[in-house]
Design a protein around this ligand. Structure first.
Ligand SMILES: *Cc1c(COP(=O)(O)O)cnc(C)c1O
Length: 361
C-alpha cells in the first residue's frame, strides 16, 4: 500500500541512545536538556532569533493569536488545512476569507485589501505546500493598515526565500512537526519570531504563565513538548538535507513522467529554494480527478485531496463565496511523496495518472 506520505523514521539505535539518557536523568518534560538542544539546533539551522518547541502546530497558531492580543476579524486563506481557520474561531476571532491566486494558490494581496474593515486586526496566511506567500505585498498592506501578520508555515520548514528562511517574515510564524510533515517530532510544532517582546510573552504563555513555582506572569496554557519528542527531532534534523534531496529527486521524476499538457502544478515564486514538502497536481476537472483517484486506489495507492474542501464551506464560519479556492480544491490532488518512495512506484503512479487523465468520457 502506498499512502500520500509515510513518516520518516531514523535508525532505532540512534533513538534508543537518547532514551538511555532520558532514563538516566529521569527528566521527561518541562524544558529538559533535549528540548533545549533541539530548540538551539533549530534556531541555528533556520536562522531565526527565537523559536519555541510546542506540542503541535495548532497550539502554535493559538498561542500566536493570543500573544498578539488579536481581536475581531482576521483575514485568512480558504485554501489551507482546517487548523488555520479553526484556531481563529477557537480564539474567539472571526475568520474573514480572502480568495487565492489561481496560479500560486496563495492568498491574494488584492483580495486581502478588499476584505479589510475597521474590525480587522491581522492577516493569517499559509505558505501553501511549502512555497512562499507574497510576503512583500502582505507586509506593505499590514504596515499601511497597522495589521499584525501570522504565517502558518506548517509546510515551510527548510524553504529559503531570497537567501533567508521564509520563517523570518511576519510578526510570528508557526511550524508543525507532525509525523506526516517533512521534518517531524512525532507530534510537535514551533512558534518562531524575531521580536524580543513577543518572545517574552510566548515563553510564559507556553508554560501555564508560570514565573517560578508560585508566581504567575499572566494567562498561559500547556504548550510544552517532551524529551521523547525532542529526541525524535534530534535524530531527524541531521538527515534533513538527505530527506529533502530524496524528495527533490522524486519530484523531478514525476515532473518528467507526468503529462504536462493536461496536468498542471501550482506556480512557485522565483528566488525560492523549495523544500519539496508536497507534490500537488491540478486536473482539468473534478471528474478527471475522481477517476484518477479511483484508478490509483484500485492499485492500492492513496493520494490525498489536500486541501479539500475549501475552508469557507466549514459549518462554523459564516458563508462567503470563494470561487477560486472552491474550484481549485475540487481539482487538486497530492501524489505520494516520501523518503522511501521508489522509482518503480513513481513510474507506476505516473502511468496510472496519465492514462486516466487522457480518457475522455
Ligand atoms: C499540519 C498543519 C497544521 C496543524 O499542525 P498539527 O501539528 O497537526 O497541529 C496547521 N496548518 C497547516 C497548513 C498544516 O498543514
Amino acid at each position: 500500500m502506498i499512502n500520500v506520505t509515510k513518516a520518516y523514521l531514523p535508525p532505532l539505535a540512534e533513538y534508543t541512545k537518547y532514551l538511555e539518557g532520558i532514563w538516566e536523568r529521569c527528566h521527561l518534560t518541562n524544558n529538559g536538556p533535549l528540548v533545549q538542544e533541539l530548540e538551539q539546533k533549530l534556531k541555528d539551522y533556520i536562522g531565526v532569533k527565537h523559536l519555541f518547541f510546542v506540542n503541535n502546530g495548532t497550539i502554535a497558531l493559538q498561542i500566536a493569536i493570543k500573544a498578539l492580543s488579536l481581536k475581531g476579524e482576521i483575514i485568512t486563506t480558504p485554501f489551507s488545512y482546517v487548523a488555520t481557520t479553526s484556531s481563529i474561531v477557537w480564539e474567539n476571532c472571526i475568520p474573514v476569507f480572502a480568495d487565492i491566486d489561481p496560479d500560486t494558490l496563495m492568498i491574494s494581496p488584492a483580495a486581502i485589501e478588499k476584505a479589510i474593515t475597521p474590525a480587522t486586526s491581522a492577516i493569517l496566511a499559509t505558505h501553501v505546500y511549502g512555497g512562499p506567500c507574497e510576503v512583500e505585498a502582505i507586509e506593505k498592506i499590514a504596515l499601511k493598515h497597522k495589521l499584525k501578520v501570522i504565517y502558518d508555515a506548517a509546510h515551510a520548514f527548510g524553504t529559503i526565500y531570497k537567501g533567508n528562511s521564509i520563517l523570518n517574515y511576519g510578526d510570528i510564524s508557526t511550524l508543525s512537526f507532525h509525523a506526516t510533515k517533512l521534518f517531524h517530532t512525532t507530534e510537535g510544532g514551533a512558534i518562531v519570531t524575531n521580536d524580543d517582546n513577543l518572545a517574552h510573552t510566548i515563553s510564559y504563555m507556553r508554560n501555564f504563565g508560570h514565573k517560578g513555582q508560585e508566581d504567575f506572569w499572566g494567562l498561559g496554557i500547556n504548550g510544552k513538548n517532551s524529551e521523547f519528542h525532542a529526541a525524535m527531532g534530534l535524530c531527524i534534523l541531521p538527515r534533513i538535507k538527505e530527506i529533502m534531496d530524496k524528495r527533490k529527486q522524486a519530484s523531478k521524476m514525476y515532473d518528467s513522467l507526468l503529462d504536462n499538457e493536461t496536468i498542471h502544478k501550482p506556480h512557485i515564486f522565483g528566488n525560492t529554494i523549495y523544500n519539496f514538502a508536497y507534490y500537488p497536481v491540478l486536473f482539468p476537472s473534478e471528474n478527471i480527478l475522481l477517476r484518477v483517484r479511483d484508478a490509483l486506489n484500485a492499485k492500492q495507492v492513496f493520494p490525498r485531496r489536500y486541501f479539500y474542501p475549501s475552508l469557507n464551506s466549514l459549518n462554523f464560519v459564516y458563508q462567503q463565496n470563494m470561487p477560486v479556492s472552491e474550484d481549485i480544491s475540487k481539482r487538486v490532488l497530492c501524489l505520494p511523496l516520501y523518503y522511501e518512495l521508489s522509482e518503480n512506484d513513481i513510474e507506476m503512479i505516473s502511468s496510472v495518472v496519465n492514462e486516466n487523465t487522457l480518457v475522455e468520457n
